[in-house]
Design a protein around this ligand. Sequence first.
Ligand SMILES: [Fe+2]
Length: 333
Amino acid sequence: MNRLNASGVDGAETSPTRIVSRETDAAPFDARQAWAANRLWMETANLKTRRWGGKRPHHWYALLAATRAFDWVLRAARQHERGYRNACDLVVRDLDHALERLPPAFDGFSILHLSDLHLDGMPELVDIILDGLGDRTFDLCVLTGDYRTELHGPIAEVMRSLRRLVAGLHPRLGTLGILGNHDDCHMVAPLEEMGVRMLLNESVAIERSGSQILLVGTDDVHYYYTDQALHALERAAGAPFSIALVHSPELFDVASRMGFDLYLCGHTHGGQICLPGGIPIITHLSRGRRYFRGVWQHRSMRGVTHCGIGTSGIPVRFNTRGEILIHHLRAPA
Ligand SMILES: [Fe+2]
């Protein structure tokens, strides 16, 4: 089986854990080419496609105008600076997940989970993340999309910030990434050049001591839904243990039906600007609104909706906190 060293670390010599190929290496080249052609068409036409059919223009620019007006109100009320301080105040959270079907060899497997970085809005978050993590180490890092805030336009600056971030993380098996609704298809190549293995409706298996776990990553389904995202999840049905990486919680029902054990996502920022008590005003979800934040359970599948790291629209948070998550997988005793 073909072996990959996403991090450049020769895991086979020093550790019994390794990433092995599943379908991405075997997939014909034109699968990615077809994905890129379709994604580029949707981006260029400025259309969002929905799971239950229909295409309509992005509402993002109308929302952006509203948030800019709100930005002015915050400044006039002298609350902007407080909101910005809140947005810089990231918390590192360790989450233990007791997972019934986790192979014993993966007990204690750790995953650093970063989501919704939006680094064009707040590039200073790179240093805040790296300072927050210090010298902590992890088995794997996953990035669940939204690397920038703008939907279109140049990416060089945000890729520069990302490169600095990725270079400062040292997960033993490397980093996996998916795209969010703010990301465009031109980001895939630079992300892969910096060592992030992108999953575009694809999967990888990780092997440890003869056992395997499967990770499936889909393209964003909030703006850029295609049936290929569903098919990627469907192909995992019957896997002994599987983790879904999806930008938003909006495929929770499909993943649960396909027998996924863990579903990692983000997109909502936990509401970003909430009423007291963390009550969200907007979740940006068409489906799965009850899973807009934190740890949740849907039938036998555990899910985690990351509160996000960065901010969207304006660089403030109220009654929510940005977070860096570290998932610890626990096998039954
Ligand atoms: Fe998003």
